[in-house]
Design a protein around this ligand. Structure first.
Ligand SMILES: Cc1cc2nc3c(=O)[nH]c(=O)nc-3n(C[C@H](O)[C@H](O)[C@H](O)COP(=O)(O)OP(=O)(O)OC[C@H]3O[C@@H](n4cnc5c(N)ncnc54)[C@H](O)[C@@H]3O)c2cc1C
Length: 544
């Protein structure tokens, strides 16, 4: 008999043995009645601020049929005990049968969306060609190190471009709001097969870290190649060939590739791709996004605020937070985003002369500092976009990023301020010492941001931070500007994941404007590849 326990509360120091004993006690079973006991979900319960933090578990059990039948009457009175008809419903999605393609499908961009799309196509035997403008993940650190150390920028190989995409130098948190459990499970299991720790399968806030991702991504690439896929690095998509609304080919670094199926997974930093799509008549629409700053605070103070007496427990690691504030008076809504416990604030760029901030961490999250973006929503009305001018949001972002670049001294150092100077709208003269984050120079961040964003942040941040009482605002720093929370443009598509204007073009991931974050983008790529293979009608040859 299969039994599932939910909302099972247990202390942080539990062992396999103490867990089994607690399960037996609650269910009134003998040790020999319990055939297996597997934790399938684990979250941190820090609601008891004055008491110790506990884990909340979901546990799947296999129980002897006879013993289970005898005890089940008692279980009906217990909250969180369910008899499950079959094995827990977390099975990985089946691989679709192989359709026949005349020309191989092409996937552009080896970020999370493109990698998962290419993997799915390769598993179907379709021998996809994966095109990536940057370097392999295991070589990207060379150009990234030069960029962070002395501001040397490479157009195609940088913090945002290269194999692994924007997700490679990231916190590597794998949280997602997606409700698609099957594809989510597929993505997480694939990451485990490629070297991620198995804990990501059960933790409610799974995390891998940049150091691990740099090993996971090449392993995933090798799987694609082993199944007949090709991966071409240092190859940039330059244009599409479209004939009467049907894609017939792509031009990559000057070379034509005939294809009637292209999964476009170029992310939301590839502004040249949006320009190219606009020029080639692919339908685009503006979309809202958010912008603001990144704030850094001592991790120990965040841990104490979130975990109280349990702060520092080795099983808890560095604490995270999520803060929100509704609009009040002139201030718009404000929320924390992409929080990186034990991480670093980093400078990012995808074009010369423009700078944006973000956060990353290593698997051990041990920098001693927490950081998070604090964002204010902006709408197409704010940046003057319309269906006739769908790229206005990019122009709006670019202006802030160009101002941030200048304020940082024009060499990709980050403009920064103490939080107190930022809140008082004072131009900072100095910054706090001993920070782990990269090159930063004092600057007035209000001069970079639109007034309504600066004002909202100055009003909202102290109120939001009050929810974390141990955090001392005198010890916090602010870096600017955070402009790339999500895409300002949508490449409109239909239910088959194809562009509404161009058959055979499958825009996916964060750049398409339908996903955000590592796992959600990966799921999007996976589902587009699935749609491409299942909704397939054998086409005439693309020619050439
Ligand atoms: C610093 C940072 C930290 C982040 N931390 C997290 C996190 O902890 N958790 C989380 O869920 N999300 C995080 N994100 C967001 C996450 O990385 C993105 O949502 C995700 O990577 C989007 O995936 P994608 O595949 O759609 O696009 P991308 O990851 O942007 O990948 C696009 C790929 O396309 C390639 N490309 C672009 N143009 C071309 C072209 N013309 N020809 C060929 N190739 C091209 C690029 O080189 C890149 O490899 C972070 C982002 C950043 C920048």
């Amino acid at each position: 008999m299969n039994v599932r326990l939910t909302q099972f509360s247990i202390d942080l120091d539990y062992t396999d043995d103490s867990l089994r004993q607690a399960v037996l006690r609650i269910l009134g079973l003998q040790a020999s009645d319990l055939i297996s006991c597997t934790v399938t979900r684990r979250s941190i319960d820090a609601r008891q601020r004055r008491g110790a933090v506990r884990f909340t578990l979901r546990i799947d059990l296999e129980v002897d049929d006879v013993a289970g039948a005898a005890a089940s009457k008692k279980w009906r009175k217990l909250h969180g005990v369910d008899i499950v008809a079959d094995a827990p419903p977390d099975a990985v999605q089946a691989i679709s049968p192989r359709p026949v393609f005349v020309d191989p499908p092409v996937v552009i961009g080896a970020g999370p969306a493109g990698l998962l799309a290419a993997w799915r196509l390769a598993m179907c035997g379709l021998q996809p060609i994966l095109i990536e403008r940057g370097a392999p993940a295991d070589q990207r650190h060379r150009s990234v190190a030069k960029f962070w150390k002395n501001g040397e920028f490479d157009d195609d190989d940088n913090v945002l471009f290269g194999e692994g995409g924007a997700g490679l130098y990231s916190d590597g948190k794998l949280t997602t709001q997606s409700k698609l459990r099957g594809p989510m499970r597929t993505v997480l299991q694939l990451l485990v097969e490629c070297g991620a720790d198995e804990s990501i399968l059960i933790d409610s806030e799974p995390h891998v870290g940049s150091d691990r991702l740099a090993k996971i991504v090449p392993a995933l690439r090798e799987m694609i190649i082993a199944k007949g896929g090709q991966v071409r690095f240092h190859s940039r998509l330059e244009s599409l060939e479209i004939d009467d609304g049907q894609l017939t080919g792509v031009v990559v670094s000057g070379q034509r590739i005939a294809t009637r199926h292209c999964i476009l997974a170029t992310g939301h930093s590839a502004r040249d791709v949006y320009q190219m799509l606009y020029r080639d008549g692919v339908t685009l629409a503006p979309k809202p996004f958010a912008a603001g700053v990144r704030i850094e605070a001592p991790q120990e103070q965040v841990d104490q605020s979130q975990f109280g007496v349990s702060a520092g427990h080795e099983r808890l690691g560095a604490a995270s937070f999520r803060l929100t504030r509704k609009p009040q008076g002139d201030a718009r809504a404000c929320y924390s985003f992409c929080m990186c416990p034990g991480g670093l604030v980093i400078a990012c760029a995808s074009s010369p002369g423009m700078l944006t901030t973000n956060g990353m961490s290593m698997s051990n999250r041990s920098s001693g500092y927490a950081n998070a973006a604090f964002l204010v929503p902006v709408t197409p009305d704010d940046f003057g976009a319309s269906d006739a001018d769908p790229l206005a949001g990019i122009a709006w972002q670019s202006k802030i990023e160009a101002d941030a670049f200048l304020a940082g001294g024009s060499d990709f150092a980050m403009p920064a301020s103490t939080l107190q100077d930022f809140l008082a709208r004072k131009t900072p003269q100095t910054l706090l010492d001993d920070r782990p984050s990269q090159r930063a120079v004092p600057a007035d961040l209000h001069a970079i941001l639109p007034d309504y964003i600066g004002k909202t942040l100055a009003d909202s941040v102290p109120a939001m931070m009050r929810q974390m009482q141990q955090v001392n605002l005198d010890e916090c720093m602010v870096y600017g500007a955070e402009t790339r929370s999500s895409s300002p443009v949508r490449i409109t598509r239909d239910k088959s994941f194809q562009s509404t204007s161009t058959r055979g073009l499958y825009p996916v991931g964060e750049g398409a404007g339908y996903a955000g974050g590592i796992v959600t983008s990966a799921i999007d790529g996976l589902r587009a590849a699935e749609s491409l293979t299942t909704g397939f009608v054998v086409p005439p040859p693309a020619g050439g």
